[in-house]
Design a protein around this ligand. Structure first.
Ligand SMILES: Cc1cc2nc3c(=O)[nH]c(=O)nc-3n(C[C@H](O)[C@H](O)[C@H](O)COP(=O)(O)O)c2cc1C
Length: 189
């Protein structure tokens, strides 16, 4: 029995200098005491195909599903592609959603988004929220974290330098950790 809260975070961008991946690293720094954030790289997850699934779930997907299962909560960080979520993120969620034993069922979760545009990925977040209903994730409503004009919020090394954004991420993480702690208690863990 562990009292530490483990959050699993993943970002829907494969780009080396991704602002969303940088936001996830910032969240790692900003975690409250007694909780840690582990980052899962979605790059090795193949494109979903039921034929592939029937042949045996690929190792990267098995690893992803078991990392979700062993986490107390999830942090989903999404870019906005054409007003929606990028295929990398949707694909990973599709794999994780499969079967009655989907590790997503009932899991506490929160969303952040970063975009170079002035709306910070708001439209992608609301699409993602709709998907999360189907996945039966227990999504945090507030605070909402939209990192707009992302190129101005991170320094050359990819560190989140904007203090108001750091503060709202702190608040999001603390609310998520609280939800995760309550869910753990409910399960008697
Ligand atoms: C295919 C594509 C579509 C995009 N569509 C949007 C969009 O609808 N809204 C938006 O705010 N930014 C859009 N962008 C810009 C992204 O917000 C920007 O590229 C961002 O840096 C991507 O996230 P990343 O830095 O984590 O890779 C788009 C980028 C790409 C590559």
């Amino acid at each position: 029995m562990s009292k530490e809260i483990k959050i699993l975070g993943f970002a829907g961008s494969l780009r080396r200098n991704s602002f969303n991946k940088a936001a996830l690293r910032a969240a790692q720094e900003l975690m409250p005491d007694g909780a840690r954030l582990e980052i899962f790289d979605l790059a090795p997850i193949p494109f979903f195909n039921e034929d592939l699934e029937a042949q045996g779930v690929p190792p990267a997907v098995t690893e992803f599903r078991s990392s979700i299962a062993s986490a107390d909560a999830l942090l989903l960080v999404t870019p906005e592609y054409n007003y929606s979520i990028p295929p990398v993120l949707k694909n990973a969620l599709d794999w994780a959603s499969r079967g009655a034993d989907s590790p997503l069922q009932g899991k506490p979760a929160a969303i952040m988004s970063a975009s170079t545009g002035m709306f910070g990925g708001i439209r992608a977040q609301y699409h993602l929220r709709q998907v999360c209903v189907r996945l039966n994730l227990q999504l945090l409503n507030r605070p909402e974290v939209f990192i707009a004009n992302a190129a101005t919020k991170f320094d050359q090394e990819g560190r989140l330098s904007d203090e108001p954004t750091r503060e709202v991420i702190r608040k999001l993480l603390s609310a998520l950790v609280e939800n995760a702690g309550k869910a753990k208690l409910d399960k008697g863990e």
